[in-house]
Design a protein around this ligand. Structure first.
Ligand code: CO
Length: 212
């Protein structure tokens, strides 16, 4: 099959539906985007960022990768962050992981998947950093979900430590970094109680989130 007719038909129906509800919707969006939020999440097809927070096109700036990792040498993620913070002036950066994450599981089990293994080394670094905490959890599914949470907490720290967020804070720009987990089984988001608005909150917020 060379064509993806079903998807294109779905798209036409979707566009029609929106135009019926709001005739000027696409024209207004074509002028500009003013999202208030940046979402950094996993590529997992079960975690559709914009849909699950009930937002419409134009309201959520999105970066997704395997296991929602923020690395200081990843110019893809950093460019998205810089564009969102410096140009779009988003007020919130949300790092959202999800339970049962295949990437985190592969890291935890040290599976050999190919190129991705190198990417997932960053998640293994998180795992090694919290070995003691994780060793106390005997059930593997629970241990995996705790590592998914710890991974989010670490990535919130990484976002907060980027030059982009650090510079925004030092010039007085309001940017808050949040850590959330999405439940694949119930469709609900859970706040991991890590919410960082400035440099001075960084280490206490991190330590509190890891402890809870
Ligand atoms: Co995932």
């Amino acid at each position: 099959m060379r064509d993806l007719r079903e998807l294109l038909e779905n798209n036409r129906a979707w566009s029609e539906r929106i135009k019926q509800q709001d005739p000027g919707f696409f024209q207004a969006l074509a002028q500009q985007q003013t999202p208030r939020y940046l979402w950094i999440g996993c590529s997992d097809s079960r975690v559709p960022a914009t849909q699950l927070v009930g937002l419409r096109p134009g309201e959520l700036f999105v970066h997704r990768n395997v296991a929602n990792v923020v690395v200081h040498t990843d110019f893809n993620c950093l460019s998205v962050l810089q564009f969102a913070v410096d140009l779009l002036k988003v007020k919130h950066v949300i790092v959202c992981g999800h339970d049962g994450c295949g990437g985190v599981q592969a890291a935890m089990r040290n599976l050999k998947l190919g190129l991705t293994d190198n990417w997932l080394r960053h998640v293994q670094d998180v795992m090694h950093g919290h070995e003691g905490l994780l060793a106390e959890i005997s059930d593997e599914a629970h241990r995996l979900n705790r590592l998914c949470e710890l991974n989010v907490i670490e990535q919130v720290l990484n976002v907060s430590r980027t030059t982009i967020v650090q510079n925004a804070w030092s010039r007085g720009q309001e940017v808050t970094v949040h850590g959330w987990i999405y439940g694949i089984g119930d469709g609900l988001l859970r706040d991991l109680n890590i919410c960082i608005t400035n440099q001075s909150e960084l280490s206490t917020a991190y330590e509190d989130a890891v402890r809870t």
